[in-house]
Design a protein around this ligand. Structure first.
Ligand SMILES: Cc1cc2nc3c(=O)[nH]c(=O)nc-3n(C[C@H](O)[C@H](O)[C@H](O)COP(=O)(O)OP(=O)(O)OC[C@H]3O[C@@H](n4cnc5c(N)ncnc54)[C@H](O)[C@@H]3O)c2cc1C
Ligand SMILES: Cc1cc2nc3c(=O)[nH]c(=O)nc-3n(C[C@H](O)[C@H](O)[C@H](O)COP(=O)(O)O)c2cc1C
Length: 752
């Protein structure tokens, strides 16, 4: 096979090595525009695990890399005058020139031809088009990718922060993060040693901070002088070193396709991952391993390229998601400015979702115990309950207080419509459904969306709080929960608005009833689906009626003994549809501006608050974003949360979407938690987070990092009503089983 590779970076060089190892008769030629010694930047960092995995493909390279690398285990976080050290993170740093030199040497030994200082401007250059396989390993600004942009459809997401890649002679003993304030703003530094007496020193700041510093993009001397002064204490008399050190913005590169005919994109040309997860070189070299493996099968080149992309893409995208979370963390660090240093450090270490409370316990058990103890102390003060400190409970098993209600732990069973009621009346299904989840150990059980009027239902099967018998129906369930478990129970109150009068879920989600439809009301006369009933635009008299229905339902909730009310201002139902500009087109004082759109939902919050006992908490569920152009954005949700709390809510339950049918949510593990985190820190209100959370490790991480106060699980509780008890066993926390199940108490779980 005749292979032409453009770019002698880690991707191109390692691919050349592996192809030659596989078959010496392959003709492999690399075209590199620079000389070998011309590299930008200083060192790169790998986890030891990556080094081993990457090295396995070519043990000689592995040996050379391991020999040249500096190794360390600790991460140091310098924040607000404190230094927190976490151990057990095995990393290696390697000079980029050394890496490229050892790869180039190995490639040349194996018979790879490298043409240095040979820039490729087009596919016709240097007989490239005659090759059996053309590899574009020409980095983030890939010329070949741009020439064939119509085929690969590249998307470059230029991020907000500015960064500069510098070096220093100070040998940092640990991977070191500095967070340093100056009059211009907050500066973040990522520093690590890559050779004796040499460290990488990347400085990053918000665009505003960088602009306020007065530094120019490409004034290396000015940058070095400014930063040497700013970090004088940290540099301990050492100098900063520049090497094409200009202030850049990081582009996250994604491509719709990585291959076309006999050409493939490799490494940064295909995808980038933010430097804060230190994985660009790893990805580039792993690409080479995967591509060599696909070509080794003997398939035709186009077939091998398809197989390569199919196998490799999910792994890369998973790492890009982690990198995205990490880069967003560094873009939003100002948000955490008054967080306790210990929590700040835990938050930083767990930012990309790759390290959880559980993983960190394996790496650094002492730190996790310290975090848990700190969290338990806070919980004891907040709740007024004694919490053991030796050993401290996992964060999810700490109490939490809302007004006079003290929840025994931080797990909430999310509201889930059951469509089993008749004219709103709950029955045995609801008793068993909610009762078993209370027995399962969660701290708070939420009823399904329960409607304040018959016309306010989504479907004929929806639960309600509008007929006198609803009080006794719910009271039976509330009493069961109180008598048989330590859980509290909350009622979610709602009105379906334009999403009402539809079939039950399994007979046609959101579809109008075949017969017996009831009239709908909404802020504006916009149907949900094209074939949905067109709602009538609400008059002020309609608003008065619905407000009275909410107030009456709150009184009935008190009579039934509920501990908490949650008002449903999410998912496109009546109150949510006032808030979103996609569903509210009113011309009066209830439409138009954000304040106007909030007016009626806030009126409901205040009126229910006034009707609900002062000792009992009120929650409000919101959709933080609409996942649709022109709709609600994350920054709007900070305002919504601030306003609902000012109107009397005690906690904000942060969900998202379901406002319009063709929204484009970005799913993933904990996909809505960043909204809760943002609201909690920017609006400074208590939050619950919900959405694709299923493991105890994730719950503990969210809580300890301060991304929410309570964690809400929906489908995980359908799967396992005993989720909380099972988490206790898994975590070795001694949660008592009810006396009826006492035999289980004798198998006391291991306490850490
Ligand atoms: C600030 C910063 C810090 C980083 N830190 C780390 C880290 O700690 N760990 C890590 O793993 N990664 C890190 N990276 C990422 C890492 O540098 C890249 O992801 C990695 O080098 C990608 O390898 P590559 O071979 O795909 O591309 P590159 O290394 O960019 O190589 C591409 C090569 O192609 C050549 N080339 C480009 N165009 C042409 C052309 N038209 N003709 C001929 N030759 C051409 C270039 O000269 C270059 O040598 C960091 C990146 C930045 C910006
Ligand atoms: C069967 C089912 C019914 C639901 N009904 C409601 C509801 O009545 N009220 C509500 O606010 N959310 C409702 N949701 C959304 C969930 O409460 C939750 O926000 C969503 O499922 C994401 O959480 P999860 O990933 O843990 O399932 C429902 C979800 C499911 C799966």
């Amino acid at each position: 096979m005749n292979v032409a590779i453009v770019g002698a970076g880690p991707a191109g060089l390692y691919l050349a090595i592996l192809l030659k190892r596989d078959n010496r008769r392959h003709r492999v030629t690399i075209y590199e525009r620079n000389r070998l010694e011309d590299t930008f930047g200083f060192g790169v960092v790998f986890s030891d695990e990556t080094l081993e995995n990457v090295g396995e493909a070519d043990p000689q390279t592995n040996e050379a890399m391991a020999e040249a690398a500096a190794h360390w285990e600790d991460i140091e976080i310098h924040y607000r005058g404190t230094v927190l050290r976490s151990t057990g993170h095995r990393f290696s740093g390697l000079e980029r020139t050394t890496l490229l030199q050892l790869l180039a040497r190995r490639a040349q030994t194996l018979g790879v031809t490298i043409h240095w200082q040979q820039q490729i401007r087009d596919l016709g250059d240097c007989g490239l088009s005659q090759a059996d396989l053309i590899v574009a390993a020409d980095g983030v600004a890939s010329t070949l990718r741009e020439r064939l942009a119509a085929r690969f459809e590249p998307r470059l997401d230029w991020r907000h922060n500015r960064f500069v890649w510098l070096g220093t002679t100070r040998p940092f003993p640990a991977f070191t993060f500095y967070f340093k304030s100056s009059p211009a703003g907050l500066w973040r530094t990522h520093a690590y040693q890559y050779a004796p007496g040499r460290s990488t020193f990347i400085v990053e700041a918000r665009e505003e901070t960088w602009a306020a510093s007065g530094l120019a993009e490409d004034d290396e001397a000015g940058t070095v002088a400014y930063l040497e002064q700013l970090f004088a204490e940290e540099l301990q008399g050492h100098r900063l070193l520049a090497n094409r050190s200009i202030w850049r913005r990081f582009p996250t590169v994604r491509n719709a396709r990585w291959h076309w005919n006999n050409m493939v994109l490799l490494g940064d040309a295909a995808h980038t991952a933010h430097f804060s997860v230190g994985s660009g070189t790893k990805l580039a070299m792993e690409d080479a391993i995967a591509l060599a493996a696909a070509l080794r099968t003997g398939a035709t080149v186009p077939a091998a390229l398809s197989a390569y992309e199919a196998a490799r893409r999910p792994q890369v995208e998973s790492l890009q998601r982690a990198a995205q979370a990490s880069l967003e963390w560094f873009e939003a660090t100002e948000r955490y400015h008054d967080t306790e240093p210990l929590q700040f450090a835990f938050n930083l270490l767990t930012r990309s979702l790759r390290i959880t409370h559980d993983n960190l316990r394996v790496r650094d058990p002492a730190l996790v115990t310290e975090v848990d103890r700190w969290f338990a102390e806070q919980a004891a003060v907040q709740s007024g309950r004694a919490v053991p400190l030796d050993p401290p409970p996992p964060p999810l098993f700490t109490p939490y207080k809302l007004r006079e209600l003290v929840l025994p732990n931080r797990i909430v069973v999310s509201s889930m419509c059951q469509y089993r009621a008749e004219d709103g009346t709950p029955n045995d299904w609801h008793l068993v459904h909610l009762g078993s989840r209370a027995m399962g150990g969660a701290g708070l059980i939420m009823t399904e969306m329960t409607d304040v009027s018959r016309e306010g239902r989504i479907s004929p099967g929806c639960a309600g709080m509008y007929r006198p018998e609803h009080v006794s129906g719910w009271k039976r369930i509330v009493d069961f929960v109180h008598e048989t478990s330590g859980a509290a129970i909350g009622l979610q109150l709602s009105h379906a608005g334009r999403k009402g009068s539809t079939c039950v879920l399994w007979e046609g989600e959101d579809q109008p009833l075949p017969e017996g439809n009831w009239p709908l009301i909404a802020p504006s006369a916009i149907p949900y689906l094209a074939n949905s009933q067109v709602p009538r635009e609400m008059t002020r008299a309609d608003m008065d009626q619905v407000a009275e229905d909410f107030v009456r339902a709150a009184g009935m909730a008190e009579a039934a003994g509920f501990d908490l009310i949650e008002l449903h201002l999410a998912h496109g139902y009546l109150l949510a549809s006032f808030i979103s500009p996609l569903t509210n087109r009113r011309a009066d004082e209830y439409g138009g501006s954000f304040e106007n759109r909030m007016r009626y939902p806030l009126e409901i919050v205040s009126r229910v608050r006034a009707a609900w006992p002062a000792a009992k908490p009120l929650s409000v569920r919101i959709s933080a974003v609409d996942w649709a152009p022109g709709g609600m954005e994350a920054h709007d949700s900070v305002e919504v949360a601030t306003m609902v709390v000012a109107a009397g809510a005690d906690i904000v339950d942060v969900s998202a979407g379901q406002t319009i049918p063709d929204a484009k949510p970005i799913y993933g593990r904990q996909f809505q938690t960043p909204f809760s985190d943002r609201i909690r820190h920017e609006a400074r209100v208590p939050t619950m987070t919900v959405g694709n959370i299923s493991s105890a490790a994730d719950v503990n991480t969210i809580l300890a990092a301060g991304r929410a106060d309570l964690v809400v699980l929906a489908r995980a509780h359908l799967y396992d009503p005993y989720w909380t008890r099972h988490a206790a066993v898994e975590l070795g926390y001694p949660m008592q089983w009810p006396p009826e199940y006492d035999t289980l108490n004798r198998y006391t779980p291991r306490v850490r």
